[in-house]
Design a protein around this ligand. Structure first.
Ligand code: SAH
Length: 352
């Protein structure tokens, strides 16, 4: 068992089983032993890779979409360009480079990054020294907000509930024979799952992300009040059903209870929950990542980069384009939803 596993076993022995969300929160963000708190998990040598780490085109096109949204909204003079969970900072660095040629955009922008991991903040500071860091979205400035969140929501802790009659049994992490084990609480009605009684039956499992409503409400309120837009990109679908918890270690699936703090834990994002909390701002149609990137011109960008490449560099560039856009790969496993002010158009690449 890992050091964090020993701490959790001792804690559960003292005070009883904990929710899956509490378990995930410690595994990911425990200040000494949490997965993100202790390492840089990205890239070929790491546990997983993300779109901005696969190709510079991803951050470039997102930067240009946000800059065009800024132009479409009349070029407000002082804006927040924000990212939630920026990882290594690659996406934001690519977005800033690609938008350098957009007249007056950089004069208007101040960069704000929401990141809890001190290790990753240090990596981000290497690429984006001018940024201001935040622990949560609550402290982002009161100004037009142009925001990106790529594979951020899937890292937020979730609770899981199994339906029984009109009540729900919550998945809990307990201890059996001195090892962590899953169990279910006694069935009880759960107010926040009231609307899920319509689309589920006995034995179905649903997931709920407690942090999501707080974050989406805060971001949407700023966008509705001051202007701007948000691009939220993640694994998931409209209203998730079933167990989507995944643990990844060295790019392999592992048992989520086997190595707390040393495996990445994620769950699919319920985009219907994002839409439900977007008011008073508006939300776009949910769009596959590949469609979104094609609309922004990824193929033209790929061709112009390809013209300067040969050999292995060209082969891996072509593979990266395919991986980001192809159905069956990230092209339809990841989806994009936009949030934008009433009266404005959705950011380029998305439809109302
Ligand atoms: N967007 C990046 C990284 C995705 S991994 C990319 O596409 O490569 C998830 C990121 O979210 C990491 O930077 C992690 O430290 C951060 N994170 C996870 N939970 C967080 C929270 N509650 N608040 C702020 N940042 C968080």
């Amino acid at each position: 068992m890992t050091a964090l596993g020993d701490l959790l076993i001792a804690r559960i022995a003292r005070t009883g089983p904990i929710s899956l969300a509490d378990y995930m929160a410690d595994c990911l963000m425990h200040p000494q032993h949490g997965y993100y708190a202790t390492r840089d998990p990205f890239g070929a040598a790491g546990d997983f890779t993300t779109a901005p780490e696969i190709s510079q085109m991803f951050g470039e096109l997102i930067g240009l979409s946000l800059a065009q949204a800024w132009i479409d909204q009349g070029q407000p003079e002082q804006i927040t360009l924000a990212e939630l969970g920026p990882g290594r900072g690659t996406l934001m660095a690519d977005a800033l480079r690609a938008t350098q040629a957009v007249p007056r955009f950089h004069d208007a922008v101040s960069v704000h990054l929401v990141e809890t991991s001190l290790t990753l903040r240090a990596a981000q500071a290497e690429l984006i020294p001018q940024a201001t860091w935040h622990d949560s979205v609550a402290t982002l400035p009161d100004a037009p907000l142009f925001l990106i969140a790529n594979e951020f929501f899937d890292a937020l802790p979730i609770r899981q509930f199994m339906r029984e009659g009109n009540g729900w049994r919550e998945k809990m992490v307990g201890v059996t024979d001195n090892a962590l084990s899953f169990g279910l609480s006694a069935p009880a009605p759960i107010a926040l799952l009231e609307d899920r009684l319509q689309d589920t039956k006995d034995g179905d499992l649903v997931e709920h992300c407690p942090a999501l409503p707080v974050i989406v409400t805060s971001v949407s309120a700023k966008i509705a009040a001051y202007g701007g837009c948000a691009l939220i990109i993640d694994y998931g679908d409209w209203q998730s059903l079933g167990d989507t918890l995944q643990a990844l270690k060295s790019q392999d699936h592992v048992d989520p209870l086997a190595s707390p703090g040393e495996a990445d834990l994620t769950a699919h994002v319920d985009f219907a929950a994002i839409a439900a909390h977007a008011g008073p701002a508006k939300f776009s149609r949910l769009t596959p990542q590949g469609v979104f990137l094609e609309r922004l011109g990824i193929t033209q960008r790929a061709q112009s980069l390809a013209a300067k490449l040969t050999g292995d560099a060209l082969t891996s560039h072509i593979a990266a384009h395919r991986r980001l856009t192809h159905p069956g790969e990230m092209g339809d496993l990841l989806k994009v939803i936009g949030i934008y002010p009433p009266g404005a158009n959705p950011p380029p690449g998305l439809e109302p």
